[in-house]
Ligand binder design. Structure first.
Ligand code: C5P
Length: 296
């Protein structure tokens, strides 16, 4: 094998509670992550000569050290003293600054791709620790599927696959910086994590999608909507189109609408697109989906 190609899927947070601000500046979370089918395509090829090359196609993102995928190669090299160099190609489909985890997923794909090709790969624990050092959301993409995240969102427990559902993603024209979104939180936005735990239990006990939808929530919803009323318009548009629940994912700026059937989801997407909005219909990625492909 000379390279691997990976479908670096994106994620939504079906429930995101912020418990408190920690002394290290991060926030303690209780969140339910769900991997969804919108994905970047990441090609990873180790090289015997030194140097990293990064080619990005699609969305405008940095193609140097500012890109987390580049730093993922460096972190891997530090961990394993291998490879000498690497050529990375990213085909970007996931919008940036949207709360969909695109950059984190690319970084996880780079690390996973290198581990796949490494003659002496690290164990899963070491790999997950290196991923967590790159960013709070990165380790989720090693397991994907559905997972409960605590601490910074990097301590994960796998959950049962979600029942069949269709998810409409849309977003305003702007992106939101994660750091700035955290700064907008006030004590009233903090909660005890009970709802996220309740959702995790519901998913694990095979609850219907309607029951899971009732527990959808996001701590950033109040401050982001107060600052940008368009979030309230988009949430309402998704609900009026038949979404069982509609909420911001991560720290925004994307929102998701959860649908129990394909047709209304497609109609909602078409309606958003007709208004000039970015919109996609996606589905959950089950945990046993093979996302890595070898290139001979
Ligand atoms: O971990 P990551 O680099 O993705 O986090 C980006 C920023 O988001 C952090 O610098 C921090 O300001 C904020 N953050 C936080 N609590 C978390 C995750 C992120 O405060 N659990």
């Amino acid at each position: 094998m000379i390279a691997v190609e990976i479908n670096a899927c994106s994620k939504i947070n079906l429930c995101l509670e912020v418990l408190r601000r920690r002394t290290d500046g991060y926030h303690e979370l209780a969140t339910v992550f769900q991997a969804v089918t919108l994905a970047d395509r990441v090609r990873v090829a180790p090289r015997e000569e030194a140097g990293i090359s990064l080619q990005v196609l699609g969305e405008t993102v940095p193609d140097g050290r500012d890109n987390l995928a580049w730093r993922a190669v460096e972190a891997y090299q530090q961990m394993r003293h291998w490879p000498e160099g690497a050529a990375i190609t990213l085909v970007k489909n996931v919008p940036v600054g949207a709360g969909l985890g695109g950059g984190s997923s690319d970084a996880a794909a780079v690390m996973q791709g290198l581990a796949e090709l490494d003659p002496q790969p690290p164990d899963a624990h070491e790999l997950a620790a290196a991923m967590a050092a790159l960013g709070s959301d990165v380790p989720f993409f090693l397991t994907h599927g559905t997972a409960f995240g605590r601490s910074r969102g990097d301590e994960l427990v796998g959950l049962a696959d979600l029942p069949a559902c269709w998810i409409v993603l849309t977003r305003p024209e702007f992106s939101v910086s994660t750091r700035e979104a955290y700064e907008l939180l006030e004590p009233q936005d903090f909660s005890d994590g009970g709802r996220a735990h309740q959702m995790a239990d519901a998913i694990d006990s095979g609850a219907e999608i309607e029951e899971i939808a009732e527990l959808v929530a996001n701590a950033f919803s109040r401050p982001l909507t107060e600052r940008w009323p368009v979030f309230s318009e988009l949430r309402r548009a998704l609900r009026e189109a038949g979404a069982l629940a509609a909420e911001i994912t991560g720290s925004g700026s994307a929102l998701f609408g959860l649908f129990g059937a394909a047709e209304p989801a497609e109609a909602a997407r078409a309606q958003m697109a007709a208004q000039g909005r970015w919109a996609r219909v996606v589905q959950p990625v089950p945990v046993d989906t093979e996302l890595v492909e070898g290139v001979e």
